[in-house]
Design a protein around this ligand. Structure first.
Ligand code: PLP
Length: 407
């Protein structure tokens, strides 16, 4: 099955990945995986890797989960796409299921995280019209990440992502994350309609706010009649040991966005809303050709069902706690480790500085990770099906590689 690919790679010796027809949007690592199963990946040479990245928080159930693969093949042989011009029972059912696990009232399904956030931003603008605000402002957080489309990169509190794409979509203002006084300080701005934030900043470097922070933001939103938009695209769908990370604070946003793990690799995003805000979208105001098609929705239903029936919400909490403890026991004495943090299966190891080619070094050791937080944070996003033995391999490899840095 993989012979063709392997032969092609062999033919292109020394230049294993010719891709002259691809736009240069990524600096790619020199490996190409050909197969995956659970928390394992194999490259074209048959080398095995433990995957502690999961396609950037996507394959929470691991690669080729048998139930999901079965749903995929069944639905592929039944019906893929009809468009939103017609009723889609799987979409309606997924909407109800998503609302049950999130506590939201209504959902709009998209194909990606950025599109889910686009919907959230558009809903905020409709909310502004209801309030009689013509130049609405959304407060976002420094070091946040909300996507790469024009509105979502404008919402992203990182000038590196915005550079050369000006003029940005107005109006976003950025305040310090995990700092309620920074949010209080903008209260006089009567054009503010919403506050948008991640419950744990992922791309920012696995930045976990103090307990009480999200509840504090919720209160400020209530006091000022601002919408609270929580971006759970990376943290959601059981990743942190809750269906959604904000649930551990006992609060609920007005708008919640999700994507990544929702389809375990099949692209799907969701923008959910609560109360009157859930009714602001009306025919003609928003739409998508692909979003919420029978295929993606059936797969997402299957993903949620597997998580529920297997008790994977609690499992993510337990497994994450085990991994964190192992990492703390083995790494906290190393002088180039500054911090080990995170929640559930979303962990970060902050190093004293950025080390070049670190992700590549990990690949050489058979471990897939990624580096975020300005090159200083090793990000671990393993699947919930990762075995105890594989967890050990993650810890041992991280330990070996970090030790080699100071040598
Ligand atoms: C990945 C991510 C996005 C963007 O999702 P895409 O599917 O890549 O568009 C938005 N917000 C957060 C918090 C993310 O982690």
């Amino acid at each position: 099955m993989f012979k063709k690919l392997i032969n092609r790679l062999k033919r292109n010796k020394g230049q294993a990945y010719p891709e002259p027809a691809l736009m240069n949007s990524y600096t790619r690592l020199p490996v190409s995986f050909v197969r995956g199963e659970g928390a394992l990946l194999w490259d074209a040479n048959g080398k095995q890797y433990v995957d502690a990245l999961g396609g950037i928080a996507v394959t929470f159930l691991g690669h080729c989960h048998p139930t999901i693969s079965q749903t995929i093949s069944l639905q592929a042989n039944t019906l893929l796409h009809t468009s939103n011009l017609f009723h889609i029972p799987a979409q309606a059912k997924l909407g109800e299921t998503f609302c049950r696990i999130s506590g939201m009232d209504k959902v709009f399904f998209s194909n990606s995280g950025a599109e889910a956030n686009e919907a959230a931003i558009k809903i905020s603008r409709l909310f502004a019209r209801e309030k009689g605000i013509d130049a609405p402002v959304i407060v976002s957080m420094k070091r946040s990440f909300h996507g790469r489309t024009m509105a979502t990169l404008s919402a992203t509190g990182n000038t590196a992502i915005q550079k050369n794409f000006e003029p940005l979509v107005s109006d976003f203002i950025y305040v310090d994350y995990n700092d309620l006084s920074a949010l209080e300080a903008v209260q006089e701005n009567k054009n503010i309609v919403a506050v948008m934030l991640e419950p744990i900043q992922g791309e920012g470097g696995i930045l976990v706010p103090d307990s009480g922070y999200l509840a504090g933001v919720r209160k400020l939103c209530d006091d000022n009649n601002w919408l609270m938009i929580i971006d759970e695209i990376q943290t959601g769908i059981a990743r942190t040991g809750q269906w959604f990370a904000h649930q551990s604070e006992g609060i609920s946003p007005d708008i919640l966005t999700s994507a990544k793990a929702l389809g375990n690799g099949i692209p799907i995003g969701a923008c959910a809303a609560k109360g009157a805000v859930a009714n602001l979208i009306s025919p003609g105001t928003h739409g998508t050709t692909f979003g919420g098609n029978p295929f993606a929705c059936q797969v997402a239903l299957s993903v949620i069902d597997v998580i529920e029936t297997q008790g994977y919400v609690d499992k993510a909490a337990e497994l994450g706690a085990t991994l964190k403890k192992q990492l703390q026991q083995n790494l906290s004495t190393l002088e180039n480790v500054v911090d080990i943090r995170g929640q559930g299966l979303m962990l970060g190891i902050e190093l004293d500085k950025a080390y070049p080619n670190l992700a590549h070094t990990f690949l050489d050791h058979g471990l897939v990770i990624n580096i975020t937080g300005e090159g200083k944070v090793i990000r671990l996003l393993p699947a919930v099906v990762t075995t105890e033995q594989q967890l050990k391999k993650i810890t041992e490899t991280v330990c070996t590689v970090i030790e080699s840095l100071s040598a």
